[in-house]
Write a protein of this length. Structure first.
Length: 302
């Protein structure tokens, strides 16, 4: 497969412009949170863990949106589902945990942002909004349209990413005043998210045929490829392309089923880590609490 996709060229495989953008963002993060933080009202430099989270998020963003994985996500549904699982269930967490608290305080206290976040990060709204829109996005008619229109595709990706951060905010917010859920409600919140996403996964897993024309050779596959392959390159090789099947050992239907299975299991694994983090943090905190001594001892002789 690696040799076959070389036909799309260096720009499609490695997205040098996107890489340049991410490097610029990393440099900006270093400057704003480091030597120039006092000019932006920051007192403390980010901790080592915060830096690890942020730079790991940058690296993962390039891997899933700038490396050959992004190209393959336009060829195979399984790659697309793995890509979105990492983007919305891992990278969004890393960016929430990667920014210093003072940066989040300044951002969320902007008047318009504060009003928007008061609504969109309400636990019930955040849970339903992201998961329902994510599931709707994978309805065939919406998905095929999105995959064949660059502006729509970019907009949907950005909006879903922001909504995924809103979804994680009630349980992972670095601001104490925004962390309103107790550990039991946090765990119930995550379980609810798993159940909603499973509906979209079931649609793909149990369908006996390919649902998406964006991955069918007789559908809009070439048009979908134009989102990640430069037009001059795609025009030059389009006559030699017979469809996604020439790059995949699976049929479109089998690849779709694999994509649904991957999303379901990857979500459960990622959520499992967060559930364990919440549970053991809560358990440890409870175990450190000391019960007060009773004022009187039953059956004592006084």
């Amino acid at each position: 497969m690696w040799l076959e996709i070389q036909i799309f060229g260096f720009r499609a495989l490695w997205s040098p412009y996107f890489l340049t953008f991410l490097i610029a963002v990393s440099i900006l993060y270093y400057l704003v949170t480091g030597p120039y933080r006092h000019k932006f009202g920051g007192d403390e430099k980010p901790t080592r863990n915060q830096q690890i989270f942020f730079y790991s998020g940058i690296i993962l963003t390039y891997i899933v949106k700038g490396s050959p994985i992004d190209l393959m996500s336009h060829i195979m549904m399984s790659y697309h589902m793995a890509q979105t699982a990492i983007l919305y269930f891992v990278i969004s967490i890393f960016f929430i945990r990667g920014l210093p608290v003072w940066m989040w305080e300044k951002f969320v206290n902007i008047k318009i942002v504060k009003k928007i976040m008061k609504v969109t990060t309400h636990p019930l709204i955040a849970l339903v909004l992201f998961n329902s829109l994510f599931s709707m996005y994978h309805l065939p008619v919406i998905f095929d349209y999105t995959k064949t229109h660059l502006v729509v595709h970019s907009t949907v990706t950005i909006v879903l990413f922001i909504l995924s951060m809103n979804m994680w905010w009630p349980i992972l917010s670095p601001l104490k005043e925004h962390a309103t859920l107790n550990p039991l409600l946090k765990m119930a919140y995550l379980i609810g998210s798993i159940l909603i996403i499973s509906i979209a996964c079931a649609l793909m897993i149990f369908s006996g045929k390919s649902l998406y024309t964006a991955y069918n050779s007789d559908g809009a596959w070439i048009q979908a490829m134009s989102l990640c392959v430069p037009s001059d390159v795609l025009n030059g090789i389009s006559d030699s392309l017979s469809g996604a099947e020439m790059f995949s050992p699976l049929s479109a239907a089998e690849d779709q089923q694999l994509g649904g299975i991957l999303m379901m299991f990857m979500q459960q694994i990622f959520y499992g880590f967060v559930l364990a983090y919440i549970f053991f943090g809560w358990f440890t905190k409870k175990s450190l609490e000391i019960d007060p001594m009773p004022k009187s001892i039953p059956n004592s002789k006084e």
